[in-house]
Ligand binder design. Sequence first.
Ligand SMILES: [Zn+2]
Ligand SMILES: [Zn+2]
Length: 109
Amino acid sequence: MLSSNFVMPITLALSLLLCACDGKPSVRSESLASAEGLHAHAPSTALPGSHEDWCGEHQVPESQCTRCNASLVPAFKATGDWCAEHNLPESQCLACNPELKITRPAKQP
Ligand SMILES: [Zn+2]
Ligand SMILES: [Zn+2]
């Protein structure tokens, strides 16, 4: 008789304690925040000439960034668009062409 009156509050308290532990996970992932930074590179799926096709690190279209993709170099050399001194396409060489402005294409809605 007596025992049943005692057991109820104890089990209630225990289950409340267990619930308190069942909160949000305390481990937070911070690595995602840096992925969308200033020095971001375009995903391989980006369409050349689109807003997404942009190398944030070198401020040129990613599809034309010889510093990220050295295999693009022969194509620039073939068209004579090459600065041997700075190892860059002449059309991207700000050292030789300080007036040069390479602007990122606007984002399509
Ligand atoms: Zn780049
Ligand atoms: Zn140059």
